[in-house]
Design a protein around this ligand. Structure first.
Ligand code: SAH
Length: 248
């Protein structure tokens, strides 16, 4: 399923040193429905290894923007998330990947959003992070928290997809829910009261209060016509069963 909101989100890879990581990132993105990739001054690119590891996601590589500076990569973006394995000494708002995805999907409804990833060995520099509003960390094992670049892209792309999926995508059935008519429900309530009386559930008690509660409960459920028919069917079968028992 394609999720339109994800089209407003770009993954930016800064000074990537291994072309294989660029290919694997493209693949990671495509599996989650993301397609915008920007490469800032990649060290070796294009390269056969990038294509080999993209394996089916070459379209993401082919449409990738290649720019010399991070400033250029971010032109037009209104919200920018910088990803890092470690907390940095600089003052900026820190978020985990899931909270960042929530904020990003909110922002992507009306504007452009970017997730920026640093170079493999050293990550983003403080100057690069200064161009970002938020610092995003995947809460990994504190003793070994640095993910492979493409693995980090995968986790973030997954969180973005999950967040986009959780927003008002059509439910499993596209059939509109049409509640049964008041008349249908009234006939059901009458029938219900008769059967409750028949099986001795009402006994000597005044049924008004009980019926009012039951009515409220069924009204809250807003059954459709088919569901009311099922309920009526159960009542009819109950009548038959009770009468049959009486005759025995
Ligand atoms: N020591 C570097 C690791 C670089 S790994 C650092 O502290 O960031 C290359 C890139 O992968 C990082 O720049 C970041 O974009 C991403 N990355 C790796 N591990 C991550 C994590 N735990 N949380 C968020 N991003 C991570």
């Amino acid at each position: 399923m394609s999720l339109i909101v994800l089209d407003n989100i770009t993954t930016v890879l800064v000074h990537t040193s291994h072309p294989g990581n660029i290919g694997s990132s493209a693949r990671a993105m495509k599996t989650m429905g993301l397609s915008n990739l920007t490469l800032v001054h990649p060290q070796i690119y294009p390269d056969a290894e990038a294509n080999a590891l993209a394996s089916g996601a070459e379209d993401v590589l082919e449409s990738a923007r290649i720019v010399p500076t991070l400033e250029q990569a971010l032109s037009g973006a209104s919200v920018v998330f910088g990803c890092s394995a470690r907390k940095r000494g600089i003052r900026m708002q820190e978020l985990d990947a899931r909270s960042a995805a929530k904020l990003a999907v909110d922002a992507a409804v009306n504007g452009k959003v970017a997730f920026v990833h640093g170079t493999e060995r050293t990550g983003l520099t403080n100057e690069e992070l200064e161009l970002c509003q938020f610092l995003v960390t995947i809460p990994a094992n504190p003793e070994y928290s640095s993910l492979n670049l493409a693995a980090a892209v995968q986790v973030l792309s997954y969180e973005l997809r999950m967040e986009a999926l959780s927003r008002g995508e059509p439910a499993e059935s596209d059939e509109p829910h049409i509640p049964a008519s008041v008349e249908d429900l009234e006939r059901f309530f009458e029938h219900l009261e008769q059967v409750l009386d028949l099986i001795g559930f009402l006994g000597d008690r005044v049924s008004t209060k009980l019926m009012r509660r039951l009515r409220r409960m069924y009204q809250r459920a807003m059954p459709d016509e088919r569901e009311v028919n099922i309920l009526r069917g159960i009542l009819t079968e109950t009548e038959i069963a009770v009468r049959g028992r009486g005759q025995r």
